[in-house]
Design a protein around this ligand. Structure first.
Ligand code: GAL
Length: 647
């Protein structure tokens, strides 16, 4: 189904009924509201103005629309900040972050926690049982604008408490962090400082714990909101809208208390946020790279409940990327269908109408400010009609291939880059792309998730192998491919005592003795055979390792050192291959696992959902679907920016 984000408080009330009617005409079923409306709900401490919101919800409900209600905590109003100035977060430089945009709170302020509880309870009590309310979104985009970590007094106190619980004694903390180095030893938890404003790099073990703590603060905060909603709004689901290429807290952990995850898909904006190089960014500027949105669909489907929503779908140009092109005609439709093909239950557009004032006035909506449908609005309407034609889509089933994704891996490689371009989300994305180029459905799973039933698993990089992750790797029959830096660190961020890949040595008998990061332009030639015995040659870039082992390498570096090894069902790749070689290594890996593949050009992707196969053409050339297919939607020749669906 389709949805939309709507801000009744931005528009004259006389427009609401007309808006609701038009939403129905576009094919919209769900309307998300009120996530930024605190100042209108409670204009002064304790004085509530419900009437307008009652009428807004009633209007939508009367028109047959189902409301996604939000808690308004992403935008604490001015009076609240004046009353409790300790709510605002401090940035890494120790400066208070000002009022005047959004997300100006720290998760560790006791005043904030109390005030959040209060507003959530009041809103949930008022609307929890409203027949028009289908479910809830908590807050809005945790962490957006760099707001997971805060460096103030409350954060420090909460962090000290967290460490006390975890380490019991300062000696154990010193031991875990290696504080003897540079005389960093502490004799009391009260001496702990935050890992900012240090003269040079802070101890990465301390910084990692601060990230773990900050991540848990987000989860605890959200769990508090979810519990309140469930108390007052029985039978309704709870979700949160996550972001793209965002790794600052562990979304898997937060997802444990959600009914399902949702996320905000801005395929063009994310081109600029991706690890793609300049030429690639230009190539995909007006369509997005065909794997950017799908990567996140697969990630968020795996967070909770084996389903997801796109809570905010880009409807046209946005305002916040360094450049904001207009999507090529057809792309809003393609992005919507990509989401649905990947298992989305609802695609909800951001926003109903472009707003002519304040920060986001240059951000498109389904309608232009003059109240007529925009290009994106027309495309959404087309999707609405097509959805009606296709009927109910099948539920998502397990794929044959999984990619193991870890937030902690992102933190560890960020805290210890070692090579500037070793960016976790980029390495994960490039492995994912290689799988998608072969027409595969991919599941993205957390470390420790059961890997039973998969034929092939890829682990692009997993520095710390938890006991749960280790047992999942042991128990699966799948062919597993580990990328470099896997098993390199302990839980306390020290080098694995038996050397990398640490505990993985029980699965593949090799030791990494040296590592090198490779600056742009510096590469290492690699040649040999892939897992299916085909000859391969290519280059390592960004990262390579030296390995000591009795195993015969399948590929070697020019200097004779091994580069790719396999023992039983486990392979270890001792470098970051350039894309073409990575493609071949991964192809051989999944073929050896017995997975059927197809070869897609770089601008075409397919995805299966139930009996249906969807194909998407990101351009610039046409692509023909297989002869045997029975078309359900579209043409046999898929023109650029078009899609087809067949059985
Ligand atoms: C999202 C956010 C929305 C809006 C949108 C603009 O990150 O949740 O409130 O700002 O971006 O693209």
């Amino acid at each position: 189904m389709l949805g939309v984000c709507y801000y009744p408080e931005h528009w004259p009330e006389s427009w609401w009924p007309e808006d609701a009617k038009k939403m129905r005409e576009v094919g919209i079923s769900f309307v998300r509201i009120a996530e930024f409306a605190w100042s209108r709900i409670e204009p002064e401490a304790g004085r509530f103005a419900w009437a307008w919101l009652d009428r807004a919800i009633d209007t939508l409900h009367k028109h047959g629309l189902r409301v996604v209600m939000c808690t308004p905590t992403a935008t604490p109003p001015k009076w609240l900040i004046e009353q409790f100035p300790g709510i605002v977060p401090l940035d890494e430089q120790g400066r208070a972050r000002g009022f005047g945009s959004r997300r100006h709170y720290t998760f560790s302020s006791p005043d904030w926690l109390r005030e959040s509880r209060r507003i959530c309870e009041i809103v949930a009590q008022r609307y929890g049982a409203h027949p028009g309310v289908a479910g809830w979104q908590t807050d809005n985009e945790y962490g957006c604008h760099d707001t997971v970590m805060s460096y103030g007094r409350h954060d420090l106190e909460a962090f000290q408490g967290w460490l006390r619980q975890r380490y019991q004694t300062p000696q154990q903390l010193n031991e875990a962090w290696g504080n003897v180095f540079w005389s960093m030893e502490l004799t009391d938890f009260a001496q702990v400082t935050l890992p900012n404003l240090t003269v040079t790099q802070a101890n990465p073990a301390a910084a990692l714990d601060f990230r773990r703590f900050s991540s848990e603060q987000v989860t605890k905060y959200d769990a508090m909101q979810a519990a309140i909603i469930r108390k007052y709004s029985p039978g309704r689901w709870v979700t949160h809208n996550f972001m793209g290429f965002f790794t600052e807290f562990d979304h898997f952990l937060l997802g444990d208390h959600l009914d399902f995850a949702s996320w905000d898909s801005y395929p063009l904006g994310f081109v600029e946020r991706s690890g793609l190089d300049e030429a690639e960014r230009t190539r995909w500027a007006e369509t997005s790279h065909p794997d950017i949105a799908p990567f996140h669909h697969d990630l968020y489907r795996g967070i909770a409940g084996n389903k997801f929503w796109v809570m905010e779908q880009q409807p046209g140009p946005v305002n916040w990327a360094p450049w904001n092109p207009v999507p090529k005609p057809g792309m809003v439709r393609i992005w919507s269908w990509e989401a649905l093909a990947h298992g989305a239950e609802v695609v909800s557009y951001f926003r109903w109408r472009q707003v002519p004032f304040a920060q986001e006035q240059m951000h498109a909506g389904l309608n232009r400010p003059d109240r007529t449908l925009s290009v994106g609005g027309h495309e959404a309407m087309e999707v609405g009609k097509e959805l009606f034609k296709l009927g109910v889509l099948a539920p998502s089933v397990q794929s044959s291939v999984a990619l193991v994704y870890s937030y902690e891996a992102a933190w560890m490689t960020k805290l210890e880059r070692q090579g500037q371009d070793f960016i976790y989300s980029d390495v994960a994305f490039r492995y994912y792309t290689a799988l998608r180029r072969m027409g595969l459905n991919v599941d993205i799973v957390r470390p420790g998730a059961s890997l039973k039933g998969y034929k092939a698993v890829v682990v692009p990089c997993l520095p710390y192998i938890s006991p749960e992750a280790m047992s999942a790797f042991r128990e699966t029959q799948a062919q597993i491919l580990f990328g470099p830096r896997s098993g390199a660190k302990t839980h306390d961020f020290a080098i694995s005592p038996q050397l990398p890949p640490g505990d993985l040595q029980a699965l593949i008998a090799l030791k990494v003795t040296q590592v090198a990061s490779l600056r742009p332009g510096l590469t290492a030639a690699v040649a040999g055979h892939d897992a299916s015995g085909r000859e391969q040659a290519g280059k390592a870039w960004r990262w390579r390792e030296w390995v000591e082992t009795e195993l015969q390498p399948q590929m070697t570096f020019q200097d004779g050192n091994g580069a790719l090894f396999t023992q039983n069902n486990v392979s270890y790749l001792a470098f970051w291959p350039q894309d073409d070689l990575l493609q071949e290594v991964i192809r051989a890996h999944v073929i050896a696992a017995g997975v059927q593949t197809m070869d897609l050009p770089e601008h075409v992707r397919v995805r299966r959902r139930g009996k249906l196969t969807f194909a998407f053409n990101y351009g610039p050339e046409s692509w023909n679907i297989p002869d045997t297919a029975t078309l359900v939607l579209g043409e046999r020749e898929i023109k650029p920016q078009q899609l087809s669906v067949w059985e």
